[in-house]
Design a protein. Sequence first.
Length: 318
Amino acid sequence: MNETILTSLGSAGLVRRARKALEKSQPQMLDYGFEFEGQKGQLDWDNPLASRCDCGASGLCKHIVAAALYLLEQPASPETRAEEPPRVELHLAELLNDAGKTQVRRLYQQSQRRWAVDIKLAQGTVCVELQGQQLYFRCVQGLQDIICTEEAQRYALLAVWLYCQEQAIAFEWPQWLLDEQAQLQYLGQQSRDQLKRRCLKLLEQMTELGIERLRPWSLVELELLLVPMDRQNLPLTALKQLHGTLEKYVSGQGVRDRKLLLSCLARSLAALEGSQPQTQRPYQQAPEQVLGLGAFPWQSEGGAHGVTQVLQDEQGRF
């Protein structure tokens, strides 16, 4: 514990008020805790937020901060000065087990992004400044060992993960999570392949029908495919050009060049046939919160049918 931690968990004003109170009186440090200004409390030296005071204030109060500052300013004993500085200890398997599957999944999603982070080590305590929040830890076996405000708790595991990345400490994901990701990746590739086959079949049907026989409603299914294909990173430039050219041709807006249409159609077919399977990043199929953007129906040759939904997560991924 130090004054910086107390300030980040409370406020600079709270620390100033505690110091002014210490100018008038000093807390009594007893076996069961402390007494200060008529209030009794217990001070948790490892995690100030776990401290308690009878004054009834939520979180840190002036009395807890004053008791902590009082102890910090006491001269260290010869035995304490001779001790080696504490070292950071991370028990990662126990931490992930304590966090539970939901929070580990969130961490895995967070780990796919880039973060602006400032990591410092002072007196054996790691300080991670992230998204305007400060998180502290030294010996970590569970989430309760990561000191932070309630607002910063969503970054608790991420702070440890970022520290491990900076220090080149091996961070092993649980096997159940790796199995989940493999399954999600497989399902994503299956969906991509199905969408590709559907588009190829549609283009082939257009070719067999003949350009002269196409009508405005003939382009509806092609238009419905554009958004999901874009989200699945399938080649789309030639297909968009084909859709635009066909739309002008069918509506009689001046495009009457059949060679241009056939050229667009050929490029679209070649792009789809030449596209290679793509490894998708984890959790693009399973974010925690999503916004529904639209949906399109489909039906296979065997008679199976359903609806594919287009969703966007809070990071803007589809």
